[in-house]
Design a protein around this ligand. Sequence first.
Ligand code: HEM
Length: 537
Amino acid sequence: MVAFSCVRMPNRAVLRQLQYRHRSQIAFAESITEAKPYSEVPGPKPIPILGNTWRLLPIIGQYQVSDVAKLSGIFYQEYGKIVKLSGLVGRPDLLFVYDADEIEKVYRQEGPTPFRPSMPCLVKYKGEVRKDFFGDLPGVVGVHGEPWREFRTKVQKPLLQLQTVKKYIEPIEEVTEFFIQRMMEMRDRNEEMPDDFDNEIHKWSLECIGRVSLDVRLGCLDPNLRSDSEPLKIINAAKFALRNIAILELKFPFWRYFPTTIWTKYVKNMDYFVEICMKYINEALDRLKTKNTTCEKDLSLIERILKSEPNPKTAAILALDLILVGIDTISMAVCSILYQLATRPEEQQKLYEELKRVLPDPNVKLTAAHLDEMVYLKCFVKEVFRVYSTVIGNGRTLQNDTVIQGYHIPKGVQVVFPTLITGSMEEYVSKADVFNPERWMKRKENEQKLHPFASLPYGYGARMCLGRRFADLEIQILLAKVSFNASFSVVKYYKQLQFQLIRSYKLEFHHDPLEYKVTFMYAPDGDLKFKVTKRND
Ligand code: HEM
């Protein structure tokens, strides 16, 4: 009797859940037995020995790595919603899936340690070349399974918790207002930005990430930076590391077998990163020792991590990962967003009207409440991401067999979600070819189609972008009003000035339209010679 009363009977909700799981397991077993074999998935046929890799080789190949965005569109047109690219030398098959429902299914089934098939070269660097430094907890980028989960759990709270992230409005605002001032100084006789304006955007983004992830003012926005200065070396190292991944990984991976020139340069770059990150983290550690505050809210991101993780390597590895993937992504996203604003006067006017309404007095400091009110701004950014997704796709390595589009897909296949294509499919987004930021505003049910898995610029689930809150904040602050704050020492000469980008200046582009291209990110290819003129109203 006693034993019986100790056994807790499952309640109805638990029973329903168990029944649901049981039913879906049966449905899955049935669907997998009925599914067509993997070998029948359509796609370009591999040739003996060279497989499909030859298609990306110079001269004989059909495609350039930089054509990846086009390639993904061509695959969809030629083969349909599921396409297999097999026979890639030294790597598993790629399976392109152009079905938002199936993408949702794969994401939802991914379990606690999702496997994003990225950067084998970084895996080799962290796991073999510099195992001495990275050890058993090598970070999040290019790391999988339990080590990934353990590291991410240690660091994600201060990076993703809205309350904590809001603390970074002020430092990002300081950097941004100085950047906008630099923009004004950089204008030529025609009030246009210089040819290499994208480089200036990279400097701004590194300065922002440096403030947050290394607790340091790197001085990237100094107008007299030398080419061998630390900030420029970091930017070049980050660009090199990301932009050569496609070349290292999609072309013949000779580097796996012997140290090619490009691999040797890659390792040198990464070593430089490790050295820089450790230098600043050690400085932060020294500062923390003398800081007499125990109050969590007064601590910077790095100080929080150092406090909970006594080994400074955790903070250094986190900083390395953030800088590595954070600089180019946010910079190219901003290039794209500014280009879209400059070439869409109607939308720019709407944004300007919103900024005037939310900030009638341009002298007040920007707060989280202001940002919350800037609905059109956020919708504009989402629409740019939908149509010109900076990261053209995401992916997962399947950890179990599954059925996609009626085919039995074996464990280990790398599924690619081509966000750039699915975000513009009429089936998932009403009037997909119209650029319409308002589509993201709260809508009545069924008014417009907008499949939640068609456009996911930051990915989804437990492995979603770790820097997305910062990225959003940086973009919003750049586009919104930024008022001067005299505490940023380099700007002491501009004490009385107010700097606002869209609120005070008009952005135009008077050159041939730019095409979008993939370097690693998807962004306009060419000189961003924006004309920036003062508004009179
Ligand atoms: C607009 C800019 C950005 C875009 C579009 C973007 C997009 C993405 C995407 C699609 C992923 C993969 C997510 C998944 O697998 O589900 C990702 C991962 C990641 N992103 Fe971003 N990102 C941006 C900016 C940043 C910034 C500024 C940082 C750093 C401050 C950052 C840090 C990371 C990290 C560390 C990961 C790996 C997360 C993990 O594997 O656990 N990102 N990002």
